[in-house]
Design a protein around this ligand. Sequence first.
Ligand code: HEM
Length: 153
Amino acid sequence: MTKRHLSKFFLNTVFALVFFAVGAVVSTSAQEKSLYERLGGYDAIAAVTDDLIGRLVNDKKLGRYFIGLSTDSKKKLRQHLVNFLCAATGGPCVYTGRDMKTSHAGLGISEEDWEITVKHLKDTLNKFKVPDKEQSEVLAAVGGTKKDIVEKQ
Ligand code: HEM
């Protein structure tokens, strides 16, 4: 092989390696998009949270849980919920609130209250046109908290 052939071979090899490396990075990042990213990031999660809270507060059976909270307490609860959902879906937020058992203990939340809440969450996700796959993942992400939140069977 001449010197010229060698350098051409070398260049082709380098190009091939770069091509495959870029391909690998692109396909990996496409596969690894977090639920947080697929939902649309922080602003989308904040909007989903606000819509859900609106439904819970105005629900004839669940509204009673939120009576008596000061405006500031409502803001704090809302921010905790945004951060909780952000963290639970793989986002960059840190949840600094109390754990689910501590924060719901004594409220007497029943199985039926839970089902109504899940229905409102589904209605919210439908309103924001969240695809079925992501909806199931959101429900799975919060579903694990049920055992700590529901007190009455
Ligand atoms: C979908 C599952 C649920 C999640 C992920 C969730 C999440 C949260 C979070 C993050 C907080 C704030 C905790 C803190 O202040 O440190 C909270 C508080 C609260 N949640 Fe939930 N929650 C859920 C279900 C429910 C249900 C079904 C109800 C009743 C209908 C409810 C009523 C409340 C109330 C009243 C508070 C305020 C408690 C207080 O500050 O004393 N939550 N929740």
